[in-house]
Each structure stands twice: as structure tokens, then as C-alpha cells.
Write a protein that binds this ligand. Sequence first.
Ligand code: B3K
Ligand code: ZN
Length: 868
Amino acid sequence: MAHTPQAKYRKNYQSPSHTIMDLELIFDLFDTNTTVTAVSHVKQQKESNQLVLDGENLELKSLKVNGIEWQDFQLLETGLSLSSLPQEFELEIVTLINPEANTALEGLYKSGGAFCTQCEAEGFRRITYFLDRPDVLAKYTTTVIADKKDYPFLLSNGNRIEHGDLAEGRHWVKWQDPHPKPAYLFALVAGDFDVLRDQYKTKSGRDVALEIFVDKGNLDRASHAMTSLINAMKWDEERFDLEYDLDIYMIVAVDFFNMGAMENKGLNIFNSKFVLANEKTATDTDYLGIEAVIGHEYFHNWTGNRVTCRDWFQLSLKEGLTVFRDQEFSSDLGSRAVNRINNVRIIRGPQFAEDASPMSHPIRPDKVIEMNNFYTLTVYEKGSEVIRMMHTLLGETNFQKGMKLYFERHDGTAATCEDFVAAVEDASGVDLTQFRLWYSQSGTPIVSVSTEYDAQQKTYALTVEQTTEPTHEQKEKAALHIPFDVELYTAHGDVIELQCNGKRISNVLNVTQAKQTFVFENVPEKPIPSLLREFSAPVKLEYDYSDDELIFLMVNARNEFARWDAGQMLLAKYIRSNVFGVQSGKAADLPESVVDAFRGVLLSEALEPAFIAEMLSLPSHNEVSGWYKRVDVDAIATVLKAMKVQLANALQDELNAVYHSLRQTAYSIEHSAIGERALRNTCLAYLAYTDQGNDLLLAQYHSASNMTDTIAAMSAANSAQLMCRQALMDDYSNKWKHDGLVMDKWFALQGTNPAPSVLDTIQQTMKHEAFSLKNPNRTRSLIGSFLSANPVHFHAKSGEGYRFAGQILRELNDSNPQVASRLIDPLLKFRLYDEARQAMMKSELESLKSMENLARDLFEKVTKALES
Ligand code: B3K
Ligand code: ZN
């Protein structure tokens, strides 16, 4: 590498030397040479007449201070340093940038035929020299100039205040955003779109114009996004008493985007995956994803935009909180239990894995080289669990009081995680001193429970021990404040009230010590405990349940999540014992009692179909891998498949009966209809492993009236490697080859194909007309799914999976380091595999490390992994 990238530390935060209160921007847009004029009103904040601005990949054209050409400056590798400055001044900077050459998709770039921007975290510095840090809040006025025919829509943040025509077929539009904002929330879009328009009246009576911009011809795929936006606006008023604050809210869908979406003030830019849907092109999962992401970006308007982050180490302040809010939104609108289950699967699967990897970090990191590497499951999803724990400890009313105080104190400013906790603490009176450790300690706590019933005294002692193993960057761990939700049942399924010292106590126990015993009184019989209900803390629970107890909880627990969790624990027991068995040459097997328990679930008339579908879903290969210090990829795959085959054959009649009872009807996205399709397709996925599989899948594929049922058939054919697989894949590709977004589902099936020849197929597929390594969605679908969701072949003993990963990563390092840095994660976890595999994985990392131009993104991860 030319220069070793430097880390930044949270402890070294310093407020800015200057602030910029107003910024006037003029963009003269051309594909390869766009001129950006930036006029800032700058004010000194500290004793310093030197100002260092951030800037990357910019060509400086001119520099003026108070209208005078400024000579006292120095160009740095990372920006521009100005000296001999007055205390307050107007700074005019003209730069030249090349949007077409910008394949990293950060800053201003071209997506298809449109110009668009992505500035979070540090992309604004690729547009102009600026104090590109979230604690500098300015009022923006933006003028966009472009060719009128190719770019009839010129958009930026805030309100459109003026527009006009120019010579040579060009035109201009001027936007003004009245809300001071950090540079990362700046956005610009220029292009030709179809627009879906609607409006919303806020509860205080403000009329808001809603506009969704999509590629020409896609209007019939935008209405679900609009409905979701309106639902989000309404929900935030009802649940959080928060209203929208501009007269217009715009969403633009683009095809080239590094992540899901971006909450730019008044002008969200979205990956088209999270906007475009109709029943023919999108699955139910896509529909629910759109609702969640539209909600998430909208909710950022308060948690992120009105109150932003002081520095990037505080990212979870806005992300953890906003994920919590979007999860609550989805849960209030749909099934709370199913949402909780899916969120918990993410924590227990990939988040726990991340926390055990060389990239392990606290939700508020202490050290960062490349900020884009910290938009992680830990900051987002574990961050949301931390907010949820506070919600559990405080209750909804006190939590809302905390939110109110947080906005009273910090609206219009850049705040810290500590500010949030302090507001919640002050408003509720609940002491969160020890709780704060969740912000600074990384790793997953293991909570082991043991119990003892005293029949004489009628007492039940529950002993809870917590330990957190050392992580890569943090060796010492302390005891956390863990809200531990428990319920006790009699053998008849009655709830036993929790009493301690003669008083009724809450179900949520405050576990605060390394080892702690809770003694419950007046317990009439040896109870069956339901532990860590609702997954009340992001920890690994260890308790030696018997099969009978788990089967009891699957049926009798009052809370749906607890029932599902009992089912998962029962499956986990047998996955573990079968993996052990397979390793010593035995065939995998489930006892009759376990099969019967799942038969009961399948036939239950009391349970919602969506919930039954979740109960019948086995943990993923990745989740199971996370239970081991040394992962036996092949044994886990063998066991998971054997369990599916056994359940499918043992329950074939019942699966058939349920499958056929849930006939396909006209498509609707009512939650009940989604649930019925989910259960029907779960049955189908099992039936694929029986002798009727091939015929049934073919029939479903050909009769499907919607994408959910189409993909369910293809995905079952893929997993079970049925004869019809190729025919279905060919038919689909013929039909959709012109639509990259729809083809992504097909690419993902190619990437996760369990066939031994998968790598050849992937290499062939990279030549498919709809594929391009330049498009992050395509790359994630085909390559990302192979690396992260095809463990058997990615970890092939020959090492070809690793070599392929290395080759792709080297290519992406040059074109799009952010995408490369997401893809590399499975390679970082080499310590989990046998020595031969470790050596091959490490050699790919070493080869990356030796690259001349290794990007900071990969540099940070590769060096961490190799040091670990
Ligand atoms: N805030 C953006 C993510 C930005 C990622 C930058 N690499 C989307 C979101 O979390 O809502
Ligand atoms: Zn977010």
C-alpha cells in the first residue's frame, strides 16, 4: 500500500475549529466533468486561523476568501488546509468532479442514466472540500443545472424555490432546506423518471406532497412504497407523537446503490429493491422489506436528522434507535411474534457470528479506520436490542417520556449515545448506570441458568450466571445489566405468580452480577420455567431443558415467541447430538416424540399460519455454525438435510393436507394472506424432499399467479436438487432476463445451488446478459450468496471457493471497495475451520494484503483478521 491508513479513536473527539452555518451549492452537471461551486459562511470556533477541510478525488479550480483569490493554502492527500484566515468569512471553492468514473458509488455518481449522490458517511468530501463531519450543521441552498431533455427532474433537499431555462437546452432548479443538517444528509438527483404522487396531511394540518421517482415504465411497481410511506407517517404520529417537518417528501429509486436506502433530508434515495414491487415481480418478503425500509428511512427524519450524531462513533444513536422504531412499526402493522422471531434469527445468526469474529466491536465502536465498515449488524441490530432492553426496563410510557426529553434537549443538534441514555434515565428515574456497559462492551454474553425446587419450603431458586468471552479487541469483560424475562408454569400449564420476599414481582428480573440467585416463594410444585422470554437480552442462554419440558413449552407457553423458542431449542438439541453422531459415522435421526411435537404444531388450529411456518423452520446452517468453536461444515449440512428429509417423510400426509387446504387464491398482501402463503410454501419446501416433490413443484411453478409462489417452487427445487430445477431456472431466465432486479432472485439461487458444479455455473452465470459486477445488487445476489449462504461449496476442500472469492475481491477492491468489504466477511472467520482450510483462507487474505492499492475498507478487515 502507498500509505498505511490511520485509525481514528473515539476518545480523541474534538469539536470543530470552525463551523459552517450556510452553504450555497451550484452543480453544473456533465457526465465526466461536473463543476461544483460551494460558497460557505464560515465562523471560527476555537483559537485557530487555520482551517482543514476534507476532500477526496477533487480537482480544485479556484479558492476565494471574502471574494479574494486565496493563496494561503496547501493541498493535502485527504483535503485542503487554509491559513491566515479571518474570524468569520465567506469561502468560495470551485471543484471539478467526474461522476461517470465514480464506480465506488460514493459522492456524486451516475446510476443508469441518472445522476445521484450518496454522502453518508464521508461521501460529501468527494463533492467539494468541506468540514465533512456530522457535528457541523449548515443550512443548504442548492442549484442544479443540467440538460433539460435528459434530466427533466433536478432534485435536492428541502423546498423547490426557483427554476428557469438556460441556453443550449439546459435548465436549472434551486432548492432550499430550512433545517440545518450535516453534509452526510445532502442529496442531489437529476434524471428522467416516472413519478407517483400522493399527499399527506399531518396531524397538525401541514399538507405534505409525496413523490416517488422510479425509472420510466415502473410506475406499476411503486404503489406499495407509497402506502408504506403513508403508513409510516401516520404510525410515527400515533406511537411517537412525531410529525413530518417539510412540505415535500421525495423518494428516488436507483439501480446502482451500495446499501438499502439513504435518509437524506426530504429526498431519500433508495435501492430500487426497496421500492419496486408488484405481485408478478416481488415476493412477500420483498413487500415486507419495502415496508420496513421505507419506514426506517422516514423515521430517521427525527432519529438521525433532527437529532443527528456528534461523531461517527455514535452511529448507533441513530441506527439502533431507528431500527428499534422500524421493528415496532412492522410489529404494530403485522404479526409481532413473526417480526420478533425474524429479528432474533438475525441476532442469533449473523450478529453473534460478527461478535465472535475479528471484526467484533461494541455497538459504540472505539476505533475505526473506514467508517463504512461500521454499518454493521452490531451497530444496527444489536444496537436496536439495546434500545429494546431499555424499553423493557422502563415500559412504554416511561420510554416515551424519555424520547420526549431527548428531543426537548437535543432537537437541532448533534448528540451522543450518552445523551440518549441520560434523557431516558432522567425522564424515567430508572438507574441505567450499569446498563451503559452495553454501549462499550463487545461480545455475546453467555447466560447459564440452573434451578432448584424445594418441595418443603415451596421455594424455587433460579441461579443465573453470566460470562462474556474476551473478544479480539477487548480482553476484559464485566457483568452487564441484563433484563431477564421469566415465567413459571405448573404441569397443567397454569402461570405461577412470581413472589420474592412476600411481594409480587415483575417477570423481568434484573440480572446485574456475575452470579445471582433469585428465590421465588409460594411455588406450589416444581415448575417449568420459560426463560429469556421475548429474547429480553441479546445473550446466549444455556439451560438443561428436558425434551418433555421443551415440548410442554411449545404447546403451553402463553407467549408465542416462547413457544417458537422452545421448538428451536428442541431442534438445537438434536442438531448438536446428530452432528456429533454423524462425525462418528452414525446416521442422523430424530426421535418420534420430536416429530410428533412438530406434527402437533403443523395441525394446530389455534395457531396463525405465519407462526406455524416459523415454528417449522429449522435454524440456518450459519446459525448452527455459530454454536461451535470448530465448524464441521459438511456434518452440519448433512444433519440439517437429514432432519428435513425425516420430517418431510414422517409428516408427508399432514404436510400434503395443509398444503392443499391453503389453496392459492387471488393475491393480496393482507398479513393473513402472506401467512397462508408462508405456511403453504413451507409445506412445499418439505414436500420437495418426498417422492411427490418434483410433480408438486412443477405444478406450483406453472400455476403460480405471483412471485412468492414462483420463487418458493424454484427455491425448493434448488435446495432439494430436483429434476425440474433446470427447466424452471431456464423458463424464469427467459421470462425475466431483461429485468435485473427480478433476475436477482435467480442469481441468488445460482449462488446457493447445492450442486458440486456450482462454481462452474457461477462463472458461466457471470456472463449472463443481466449480470454485472458493477451493480451491487447483482454482485450480492450471485457472488454474495455463494460466499455467505453456500457453506459447503464455499468451503470446498479443494480451496476453489476461497480462490474464487479472492479473485472477485481483488477486482472489486478497484471498482467498489464498499461492496468488496461486505463480501469479505466469511473469509475473515478462518479460525473456525480446520487447519487445511485455515491455511487456504489466510493465503487469500495475505494476497489481498499485499495489493499495491488495497482500499482502506479491505485493509481494515484483512489486517484485523490476520492479527487475530
Ligand atoms: N444511513 C444509511 C446507511 C448509510 C451507509 C453508509 N455506508 C441507511 C440507513 O441506515 O438508514
Ligand atoms: Zn438507518
